[in-house]
Design a protein around this ligand. Structure first.
Ligand code: SF4
Length: 322
């Protein structure tokens, strides 16, 4: 796997519902390299979160099931490894910071209890050492008076503070990989900037590999090394962030870039990609983006595009390049 610490190959996660089969993730490929921040980007419903949950098999089964593919980590295939082994990896080797800090924290336990429990679950330490470690982690993510905050319940903290607590919990066992699911979505712009600073700082200080999920290409530009653009449960373009922003090939990526606010040229209106993400129960034939694509050709509604290599680091799935 070269420099890769995690490799996702042809991953397919389907949900078998009473109304039909939802192909939430339908053939995703990417690798996460040592020390990098890899962004999964796309609109809501494109399969980013289910991809992340599938890495750790953290979805309800049934109705969900990984029907194909591999997640290679440390000589293991996480799709097939025994549940007991996977539970040891979750939180310790690979940790996840969930979106919606409000619902991810248990309202009836103190912040201190929730972090120390997480530490003691994976590291053989007593309460006193776990508590010291929790205070250090809270300080590391910029929580002032960390010792006092240990005795708070979640409702006593602001949204931004709760998000920091979740990041501290994610870091509690020194994971090799951190998966952060939209950690800047439910916070205001000031807190968002502070949270991005925390991730930048962690990348430098811990050399950690991060999968950062976001719908916001501006966030990708600020924090990412490489990006995987997702649409309709598939990866449609993968490249270093500078290439994604400056030399996007896929019309969907170009559409996302066009939606970025440009203060210099601002007319007071924000642009959006026409149409909506497809109903996952009625995915269009061929390229799933064709009903919204300004460059769609006849072949696009008939045949699914395969991967084209633009350069060693830049891949795209689009008929324009085949
Ligand atoms: S394959 Fe066709 S419809 Fe899909 S993005 Fe490319 S040009 Fe557009």
């Amino acid at each position: 796997m070269n420099n890769a610490v995690l490799k996702v190959s042809n991953l397919k996660t389907y949900f078998f519902t009473g109304r039909g089969t939802v192909k939430a993730v339908d053939g995703v490929d990417f690798e996460l390299r040592r020390g990098e921040c890899l962004c999964l980007v796309g609109e809501s419903g494109c399969g980013k979160t289910v991809t992340a949950l599938s890495i750790l098999r953290l979805f309800d089964s049934p109705p969900g099931k990984i029907v194909d593919g591999r997640v290679s980590y440390d000589g293991l295939d996480l799709v097939k490894c025994p549940s007991k082994r996977l539970r040891q990896i979750r939180g310790k080797d690979i940790a996840m910071v969930f979106q919606e800090a409000q619902s991810a924290l248990n309202p009836v336990f103190t912040i201190g209890d929730q972090i120390t429990e997480q530490i003691k679950l994976h590291i053989p330490v007593g309460y006193a050492r776990a508590k010291d470690r929790a205070i250090t982690l809270l300080s590391e993510v910029g929580i002032p008076s960390a010792e006092s905050v240990m005795s708070y319940n979640p409702h006593q903290l602001s949204g931004g503070m709760k998000q920091r607590v979740l990041i501290a919990m994610g870091l509690s066992c020194d994971p090799k990989i951190l998966i952060a699911d939209e950690p800047t979505t439910a916070v205001d712009v000031t807190i968002k900037a502070q949270i991005l600073d925390i991730f930048r700082e962690l990348k430098t200080s811990r050399q950690m590999s991060t999968i950062f999920i976001t719908h916001d290409l501006a966030v990708v530009a600020e924090i990412g090394d490489r990006a995987v653009v997702m649409y309709g449960g598939k990866d449609v373009e993968t490249a270093p962030v500078s290439e994604i922003i400056g030399n996007a090939k896929h019309p969907y990526t170009s559409g996302l870039i066009a939606c970025l606010p440009d203060i210099a040229k601002s007319t007071g209106r924000l642009t959006s990609i026409p149409g909506a993400t497809p109903n996952p129960l009625e995915m269009p034939q061929g390229c799933a983006f064709h009903p919204r694509c300004p460059k769609a050709m006849e072949v696009c509604s008939q045949q699914e595009p395969t991967e084209t290599t633009i350069s060693k680091e830049h891949k795209v799935n689009c008929h324009l390049y085949t």
